[in-house]
Design a protein around this ligand. Structure first.
Ligand SMILES: NC(=O)C1=CN([C@@H]2O[C@H](COP(=O)(O)OP(=O)(O)OC[C@H]3O[C@@H](n4cnc5c(N)ncnc54)[C@H](OP(=O)(O)O)[C@@H]3O)[C@@H](O)[C@H]2O)C=CC1
Ligand SMILES: O=C(O)[C@@H]1CCC=N1
Length: 258
């Protein structure tokens, strides 16, 4: 497929790198105004351009990874030269209806919410579209399946998906950082503490995905009666571990909804 990514920043580059490594048979173009910092992508076979319309007529999918306030400017540039295109938008807060109104009936709006682990084929990319665009959205679904998981969700959950799956990457990294900091206090150098913390999180996530059971069932396998794990867990909960995470996620959601 010919994939045209507009907005070669944090997310756009992560998607381009992920596609170049984990998805076969695609031709990828990434655009941004100042291309100097992403020209290295050309070594991965990605075309880099400062022209948003560069060969856009040939694209099978146009992916928008720009900030919400940049959308109208970009659409004003590309709409005069495209027709019958799928535009997959990762722009947070931009509804399918709003995007569809902007791009007109001649093009099809799809909403996607990837995260930056797209770069490693490990994103949880939620996808939503209107029923009438179901057929046309299938290429987008296939593409993001190559970059991890790609659940199709009801659009009313898209803001929640943004917080859980996209912001969630930062939340998970904060857990790893805190674990590393504790690791230093109890005797490790930071590199060793970080490597142990990251691998432990990866292992826990792999168990959950493989066994598909409730986390508490796995936690029960770790907590020896009168042991150190339950003592630590209870102390963490006393200081609001779960509730602070839940409150943070709900606050992020309020921020998106405005
Ligand atoms: N970062 C993340 O983890 C996630 C982000 N999102 C959403 O994705 C979008 C992008 O986020 P993020 O990647 O972090 O933002 P960045 O600011 O890193 O990337 C946006 C990019 O768009 C480019 N850009 C701006 N104006 C134009 C234009 N007129 N034409 C072409 N390119 C342009 C900018 O480059 P230049 O100035 O050189 O043009 C910049 O590189 C946002 O809507 C965000 O909410 C969604 C999920 C996860
Ligand atoms: O922080 C943000 O607003 C964007 C959306 C999700 C990840 N980054």
């Amino acid at each position: 497929m010919k994939v045209h990514i507009i907005g070669g920043g944090n997310l756009g580059v992560a998607i381009a790198k992920g596609l170049s490594k984990f998805s076969q048979g695609n031709q990828i173009t990434v655009t941004r105004r100042n291309t100097a910092s992403i020209l290295y992508l050309e070594q991965l076979g990605v075309t880099v351009s400062s022209d948003n319309t560069h060969q856009i007529q040939e694209a099978d999918i146009i992916i928008l990874t720009i900030k919400p306030y940049q959308v109208d400017t970009v659409l004003a540039e590309i709409l005069p030269v495209i027709s019958n295109k799928v535009i997959a938008s990762a722009v947070s807060g931009l509804s399918i209806e709003n995007l569809q109104n902007k791009i007109g009936d001649g093009n099809s709006a799809v909403r996607i919410m990837p995260n930056i682990a797209s770069q490693f084929g490990a994103s949880a990319t939620c996808i939503a579209f209107h029923e009438k665009n179901k057929e046309k959205a299938q290429n987008t679904v296939a593409l993001f399946k190559d970059l991890g998981t790609a659940p199709i969700i009801d659009e009313k959950l898209m803001d929640a998906a943004t917080v859980l799956a996209a912001s969630g990457t930062a939340f998970a990294l904060r857990y790893i950082r805190a674990s590393m900091q504790a690791g230093i206090e109890i005797g490790f150098d930071w590199q060793t503490a970080l490597a142990i913390s990251a691998q432990t999180v990866k292992g826990a996530a792999e168990m959950i995905m493989e066994e598909q059971i409730h986390p508490e069932q796995l936690i029960d396998r770790v907590t020896t009666p009168q042991g150190c794990t339950i003592a630590g867990l209870n102390e963490m909960e006393m200081h609001g571990f779960s509730s602070s995470l839940i409150r943070g996620i709900k606050t992020s959601l309020k921020q998106i909804k405005g």
